[in-house]
Structures are given as structure tokens and as C-alpha cells.
Design a binder for this molecule. Structure first.
Ligand SMILES: Cc1cc2nc3c(=O)[nH]c(=O)nc-3n(C[C@H](O)[C@H](O)[C@H](O)COP(=O)(O)O)c2cc1C
Length: 379
């Protein structure tokens, strides 16, 4: 992936396409169903529009409630290989839960996707948060040491991708023999790594390993400080990752239409049982830093998970920043977000196939006129 997805000043990744419900805990019948042919259609549109990457979610359990969001989901490595055949330009992230996938498997599988897509693979490393997702695999999730274990996993993975001779590994969490991998990925030194860890422990992990680091955005002023904090943390490890935020778009020809639509799907049709299950499960594996409120991110996370922070749109996740309005309103918000030092954000809609075409048609040209994105010409 050239220069971490090219030269655009503000970049986008379609997030959650592989899962039913996408990233929206709503019961609205128009919600995303994760039908395979529709996923391919959205992937192709993203590809020909210059969207930088597709970011799936690795899920093994739904959220219950009326819609059982995420109850249906496509596995991320195999779907990336398949979508690679349907696209030519866009980056394809895969997601490894470090408790479920060995570093040796991840190294081989990402090399496969990277060769099949001629260097478009990326790896999202996740340390897990929902114990119910691990029990079908016979694995118990250790909330306390998630990120310490994740760091050791990453060290094994990174060493494998150096391509040296066979080695053994004996650490605190892994005792492994005869590690070697061939082929190496096409991208050199390796496909980009993403981490979306939010807690203080998680941010420390991300600062050490990630090229792209996701943070949640609640308010503009706080976000500037968070971006600086994350850059400072990474700098102590000699690194300079791009910081992204999660945005969900409701973009319509008039402000009234946009506001009515979001009111409908994210307030009236919000799925309260799914949201409550999500928060409950997240609380069971909270990092120590979150329980003790170490960082600003920890305090915010804890306030959203305990319900202390009021939510305007209960049918959107707490870490998701809603951008609602006309194409001009949306572009003004993106401009503001970009001015905080944020490199890019997620493209999330209630229904990607129904909403992405309008967004690409109306928002992209406006961003081009502002110099935030370049016109994308497909080869
Ligand atoms: C952009 C993004 C992508 C994520 N992808 C996954 C995923 O695929 N699977 C998963 O179990 N968790 C995923 N997560 C959850 C994070 O890995 C992390 O657990 C969460 O943000 C909470 O942070 P913490 O673990 O530091 O408390 C994602 C979060 C974000 C914001």
C-alpha cells in the first residue's frame, strides 16, 4: 500500500461491511443484511471511487436483541481474498483476534491475501472484549492481560515477517517451536498494522505496533488533545502512526431529511437489548487502566460503558461520531475533523448500498475542491 494508502489528506475506510447490522445497532428493516452480492457491489463502488480501504470486523457472536446484530458475519481473511478478486485498488484489512489465531497462521494468511491482491493487505490486531466470542473456540478471554499477551503475539508475528531462519520462541504467553514463514508478504517491510484499542493499556499497545491507530471522538476539542497524546506516545517508541476516528454518516439532500432519518433509525428503532449486551460484555473485560480511569480515553470509555454519559443517538455506538446533514454540512464537519490532525475516518451507514453512492457522488467532489482528496481516476 503506497504511503499508507496514498496521498489524500483525508482518507476513508468502509467499516463493518462483512457483518449483519454493519456498525449500527438498529432494528430498522432497512439495516445492512450482509448479503454477499451486496457486499461485493459496495466493495466495487468503494474501489472505483478511491476509498482507501475496507475494514471488516472479526465477530463470532451476535449482540442479541431483536436484530441480533453481527449474528451473521463473514470471516475476514477469506473474505479479503475473495474481495481482492473483485477489486483493483482498495486496501483490504483482515482482523486477527490474538487469542484465536496464532502468529504463524496470521503471517501465512496475510501473505496469501497480500500476494493475491498484489500488495493490498492490512492487518487489524485485536485483543478481544467479549468472552462469549471465545467460548465457541474453547478459549477463556483474559481481560486483565489482553494487551500484554497481544504485544508478545505481535513480536512473534513481526519476527516471522523478517523472513530469517527457523527460530523458537519462549516468552511469558507463548512457547513455540520451529517458526518460519514463506512466502513473505509482497509489501515490504510488511502490510500496515491497525489497532483500535481505546483504553490506556490498549493505546500503549497500539503506540508500539500500529501504523494506523483508531481513537473514538466525542468532542472536537478533546480530540485534538487525544491525537497529540497518541502521537507523543508513539514517538517514545520512535514511531509516527496515522490517527483515524470512527464516523457514521447520514447525508441527505436536505437537513430535515437527514435529521428525520437518523431520528428514525438511531433513536426510534435503536436496539436497546443489543446495546445493553454490548456494554455489559465490554465491562466484563475492561482493562485495569479503564477501571482505574488512568487516561482521558479510559475515563470516557468507562463513562459510556456505565451509562454515565448521555447519548443523543442510542442506535449508534458510543465511539462513533455522528455526521448528519446535507453534503455541504458533512463536508464542513470533515474539514473540522481533518483540522485536528486526524488522517481519516470510517465510512459507516445504516445501509451501505443505499447510502454510499449518494455520498460518493455529492461529498467526494466537494472534498476534492477543498484539496482534502484528489480526484480518483481508475486505471
Ligand atoms: C475501528 C475499530 C475496529 C475494531 N475491530 C474489531 C474487530 O474486528 N473485532 C473485535 O473483537 N473488536 C474490534 N474492535 C474493538 C477494539 O479492538 C477494542 O477492543 C475496543 O476499541 C475497546 O478498546 P479496549 O480493548 O482498549 O478497551 C474494533 C474497534 C474499532 C474502533
Amino acid at each position: 500500500m503506497a504511503g499508507l494508502f496514498g496521498a489524500n489528506r483525508f482518507k476513508f475506510g468502509v467499516f463493518g461491511l462483512n457483518c449483519a447490522g454493519g456498525m449500527t445497532p438498529s432494528r430498522a428493516p432497512e439495516r445492512w443484511r450482509a448479503d454477499w452480492d451486496e457486499i461485493v457491489e459496495v466493495a466495487r463502488l468503494a474501489d472505483t471511487s478511491g476509498v482507501e480501504f475496507l475494514l471488516p470486523i472479526a465477530k463470532w457472536h451476535g449482540l442479541g436483541g431483536d436484530a441480533d446484530m453481527w449474528g451473521r458475519s463473514f470471516e475476514t481473511f477469506t473474505q479479503a481474498a475473495a474481495l481482492g478478486m473483485a477489486t483493483k485498488h482498495t486496501g483490504l484489512f483482515v482482523t486477527a483476534h490474538v487469542s484465536l489465531i496464532t502468529a504463524a497462521f496470521a503471517a501465512k494468511a496475510i501473505a496469501t491475501v497480500d500476494h493475491a491482491t498484489h500488495g493490498r493487505a492490512g492487518l487489524n490486531i485485536v485483543c478481544g472484549w467479549n468472552p462469549d466470542e471465545f467460548s465457541p473456540h474453547g478459549v477463556t478471554l483474559d481481560g486483565e492481560h489482553r494487551y500484554e499477551r497481544g504485544l508478545e503475539w505481535y513480536e512473534v508475528y513481526a519476527k516471522l515477517l523478517e523472513g530469517g531462519p527457523k527460530f523458537d520462541w519462549k516468552g511469558k504467553y507463548f512457547d513455540l517451536k520451529g517458526l518460519v514463514t514463506d512466502p513473505l508478504p509482497q509489501q515490504n517491510p510488511r502490510p500496515p498494522i491497525m489497532s483500535a484499542a481505546q483504553s490506556g493499556d490498549g493505546q500503549d499497545f497500539a503506540a508500539r505496533v500500529a501504523d494506523i491507530l483508531f481513537t473514538s471522538m466525542q468532542e472536537y476539542d478533546l480530540t485534538r488533545g487525544t491525537v497529540e497524546h497518541l502521537h507523543g506516545l508513539a514517538a517514545t517508541h520512535g514511531r509516527r502512526p496515522d490517527v483515524y476516528v470512527q464516523t457514521q454518516f447520514v447525508c441527505k439532500p436536505t437537513r430535515k431529511e437527514a435529521e428525520e432519518f437518523v431520528q428514525y433509525y438511531a433513536v426510534e428503532m435503536a436496539d436497546p437489548d443489543a446495546i445493553e449486551y454490548f456494554a455489559r460484555q465490554r465491562r466484563t473485560t475492561m482493562s485495569r487502566s479503564t477501571r482505574e480511569g488512568d487516561t482521558l480515553a479510559d475515563k470516557t470509555l468507562s463513562a459510556t460503558l456505565t451509562g454515565a454519559r448521555p447519548r443523543k443517538y442510542p442506535g449508534m455506538f458510543a465511539g462513533m461520531f455522528p455526521v448528519v446533514g446535507t453534503p455541504d454540512d458533512v463536508v464542513a464537519e470533515i474539514q473540522k475533523i481533518a483540522s485536528l490532525g486526524v488522517a481519516g475516518s470510517t465510512l459507516v451507514f445504516l445501509n451501505y448500498l443505499q447510502e454510499l453512492p449518494y455520498f460518493v457522488q455529492e461529498v467526494f467532489p466537494r472534498l476534492e475542491r477543498l484539496g482534502l482528496r484528489d480526484r480518483f481516476a481508475t486505471a
